[in-house]
Ligand binder design. Structure first.
Ligand SMILES: [Zn+2]
Ligand SMILES: [Zn+2]
Length: 243
């Protein structure tokens, strides 16, 4: 599986990073639709689209409104929108409220089950700790596996869910020096994420949902992460990686 990072920043976009979005073009599948969602039609060829939402915070869903044009022009012939009931209800009721964005694109809303099939790909979900809740996802096909874990406090609680994936994409909102912000905001810091990767024996760890105040080449203290888990990288918008 090849992954394209559409947006690798958290909270708000900056000149370097848009907010949440990860595409698996060959599966016609995208995780989250933050401000990076305008890039979905650039990387997923014409046809069907499947969008899996982790939760309904704006940095993960505001870009759903950008899918109106590619659905109206026929670039996408349909779009299934997957998420928890709570997330889908919030999107329908609030994001597409008349006063905010009055035209609901032709989404087919699908509540995720513990295991959802998209063609040859099996997508599993697991509830995570985050204000309002969020879902982590894991995708397996015959050849490879990946997990997308964002907006949560890194912990040993879900090591089994991501065990031995080829690619773990995990949020890293804070450096260790700001670890005190993790619990109150429901986010993760560098060494805690690296420990999850190490304990789950994943092959590679790509950090995303980067603090938007950080605009330099090393927003997470990468050397510190690599002392715990050597194959750690910081994802960049529009970069690609193979699971
Ligand atoms: Zn977020
Ligand atoms: Zn969130």
């Amino acid at each position: 599986m090849e992954v394209v990072f559409l947006g690798t920043g958290g909270y708000h976009p900056n000149a370097r990073r848009h907010t949440a979005g990860v595409a698996i073009p060959e599966a016609r599948l995208v995780f989250d639709a933050g401000t990076s969602a305008f890039r979905i039609a650039q990387v997923i060829p014409p046809g069907e689209l499947n969008v899996f939402l982790t939760h309904a915070h704006l940095d993960h869903v505001c870009g759903l409104t950008y899918l109106l044009a590619p659905l109206l022009t026929g670039h996408f012939t349909g779009c299934r929108l997957y998420g928890s009931k709570k997330t889908l209800d919030a999107v329908r009721t609030h994001l597409f409220a008349d006063e905010i964005f009055p035209i609901l694109p032709a989404f087919e809303f699908q509540e995720v089950t513990a295991e959802t099939r998209v063609g040859q790909y099996v997508v599993r979900s697991q509830p995570m700790v985050h204000p309002g809740g969020s879902l982590a996802y894991r995708v397996d096909d015959a050849a490879s596996s990946l997990a997308y874990v964002t907006d949560t406090v890194a912990s040993s609680a879900y090591v089994d869910f991501v065990r031995e994936v080829d690619l773990l994409i995990h949020e890293c909102s804070f450096r260790d020096r700001d670890a005190k912000w993790c619990e109150p905001t429901g986010h993760s810091h560098t060494s805690a994420v690296a420990r999850v990767a190490r304990d789950a024996q994943v092959k590679q760890l790509y950090l995303t949902h980067i603090d938007p105040r950080e605009t330099g080449d090393d927003p997470v203290d990468l050397a510190l992460a690599r002392q715990i888990f050597a194959a750690t990288f910081v994802s960049e918008d529009l970069s690609k990686v193979k699971a």
